[in-house]
Design a protein around this ligand. Structure first.
Ligand code: TYD
Length: 147
């Protein structure tokens, strides 16, 4: 599955903590968009989509939430509960976010501007695209690049 957990350097002192995220230094793509989710209501599950091209890093900068990842073959549940951990995702991965704590702020760094045509919002379509992708020999030796 094409995901990585990134550990960002914490610049802590007696005042508290600070993390800097810099393109090409600790995030391996050009960040064109940043968005964040907060005030997520109890029991809400969101996401329910995959992306064709988009690369993302998800950071729960406050509180906690879980992320369900599915590459069409295997699934993973990732708990994000530390503001210095980033979940880097790319490639065809279905994702759902859930178990948001009341104080959760989920920050997302994205490699592209918002583009609805990059979304696959239908799970059956996602599975079909995974099969098509796997049949194409040029997709066989992909590795996720990490800073
Ligand atoms: P949505 O895609 O439903 O969020 P998710 O699937 O991750 O739970 O997005 C909610 C709304 O916000 C929807 O109307 C689209 C809009 N939106 C933007 O305008 N820009 C963005 O970068 C994102 C991620 C969403």
């Amino acid at each position: 599955m094409k995901y990585e957990l990134l550990t960002f350097q914490q610049h802590g002192d007696d005042r508290g903590q600070l993390i800097a995220i810099e393109e090409g230094i600790n995030v391996p793509f050009s960040v064109k968009r940043v968005y964040y989710m907060y005030d997520t209501k109890p029991g809400v599950r969101r996401g329910f989509h995959a992306h064709r091209e988009l690369k993302q890093v998800l950071i729960c900068v406050s509180g906690s939430c879980s992320v369900h990842l599915d590459d069409g073959t295997e699934t993973e549940e990732i708990l994000l509960d530390k503001p210095y951990i980033g979940l880097q995702i790319e490639g065809l991965i279905w994702r759902e976010m859930y178990n948001f704590s009341e104080d959760a702020v989920l920050l997302v760094l994205a490699s592209e501007l918002y583009d609805e045509s990059d979304y696959i919002r239908d799970y059956h379509e996602f599975k079909k695209e995974v099969l098509r992708h796997g049949e194409d020999p040029k997709n066989h030796s992909e590795e996720i690049s990490v800073c």
